[in-house]
Design a protein around this ligand. Structure first.
Ligand SMILES: Nc1ncnc2c1ncn2[C@@H]1O[C@H](COP(=O)(O)OP(=O)(O)OP(=O)(O)O)[C@@H](O)[C@H]1O
Length: 324
């Protein structure tokens, strides 16, 4: 089991992650979902020791990645498919990987077959690969030692529809065989079909976690659609009452029971034209609703932005593969 415990990361004055905690269980696919800049890549880099957290820790069955006796045998990582050396052939990249893991070179052919790269393609230099081929090579590299844990950042990036189906199946099969899978995406459809559990993050904070089904039930059960004579004033009054309201093309969609929305409108003497429970929102709609607030205060409840102690600032660089 992977456990992220109160992980925070600051880049200078910017907070990329704030107190992020979640778990990924064996036998399940966990989807880390969030819009661009939410902190997904930062979280994954911290998980595999490529970046140091400002606070908190991530463990694999109780052990931090960097303290695992042979991390490459336990955790298969695919973070940045573009990071492969462009001057090497795919076969060379995998052969070097196999050697460093103490694996026989026949494993190279096995993983090439597994990810659908032909022998001819494996002989080409990586710089000539399409994004989808690089992605497959990165996945092949992660699978070399047949690790129990897979951590993939945006694995469907660049894959064609059949490739996307293939990666979904691969991840689901891995979990079904007892493995632990964490994948990130900013595209909910990519994870909706394969993830058993979801961690929604925005602005570096966990917005919601749970099984996909529970989350969907929770998120959709309290949505209300409302239209009024003055939706701007109503949105302001709802926000002041602690509810999130967003324009939905007709009026507002609010994360509260209809009775609560009606009470706020009545208190402000705003006449309503429509008030109903929102019908069957999709997970995507709810995801956008949850992550649409750019103000940190609007997504995290008690989310005051703490002052940064200048002495704690880290001047990190941005080198791929560097601990930062
Ligand atoms: N090396 C760095 N230096 C400064 N800020 C950084 C650095 N790396 C990430 N950040 C910032 O941290 C925040 C989270 O970035 P991160 O790449 O983790 O998000 P993400 O969810 O993976 O986004 P995307 O979906 O676009 O890949 C962003 O505001 C980003 O600008």
């Amino acid at each position: 089991m992977i456990v992220a415990n109160q992980v925070s990361k600051q880049y200078g004055a910017a907070h990329a992650l704030r107190d992020v905690s979640f778990g990924c269980e064996r036998g399940r696919v966990t989807g880390l979902l969030g819009p661009n800049g939410a902190g997904k890549s930062t979280m994954m880099r911290i998980m595999v020791g490529l970046s140091r957290p400002s606070a908190g820790a991530v463990t694999f069955d109780g052990v931090p990645y960097v303290q695992l006796p042979s991390p490459g045998h336990v955790v298969g990582v695919m973070l940045d498919a573009g990071a492969q050396h462009g001057g090497r052939t795919g076969a060379e990249v995998l052969t070097l990987g196999a050697r460093s893991l103490g694996l026989p070179t026949r494993r190279v052919k096995e993983v090439l077959d597994l990810v659908g790269l032909s022998t001819a393609e494996a002989k080409r230099r990586v710089r000539a690969y399409s994004l989808g081929m690089r992605q497959r090579l990165g996945i092949a590299h992660a699978l070399l030692a047949n690790p129990e844990v897979l951590i993939f950042d945006e694995p469907a990036n660049g894959l064609d529809p059949s490739g996307i189906r293939w990666i979904r199946q691969l991840l689901a099969d891995h979990a079904q065989a007892g493995g632990t899978v964490l994948l990130s995406s900013h595209l909910i459809h990519e994870v909706e079909l394969v993830a058993d559990d979801l961690v929604l993050i925005g602005d570096g904070r966990v917005l919601a976690t749970g099984t996909k089904q529970d989350l969907l039930n929770d998120l959709t059960s309290t949505s209300t659609q409302v239209d009024s004579d003055d939706n701007r004033a109503l949105a302001g009054a709802l926000a002041a009452a602690g509810h999130q309201a967003r324009p939905d093309g007709i009026g507002l969609t609010v994360n509260a029971e209809p009775a609560a929305v009606g009470a706020v409108a009545a208190a402000q003497r705003i006449a309503l034209k429509h008030l109903s429970r929102a019908a069957g929102s999709s997970l995507e709609e709810e995801f956008f609703r949850l992550t649409s607030g750019t103000a940190r205060e609007s997504v995290g409840g008690s989310a005051a932005v703490p002052d940064l102690d200048p002495s704690s600032r880290q001047h990190d660089n941005n080198l791929t593969g560097a601990v930062r």
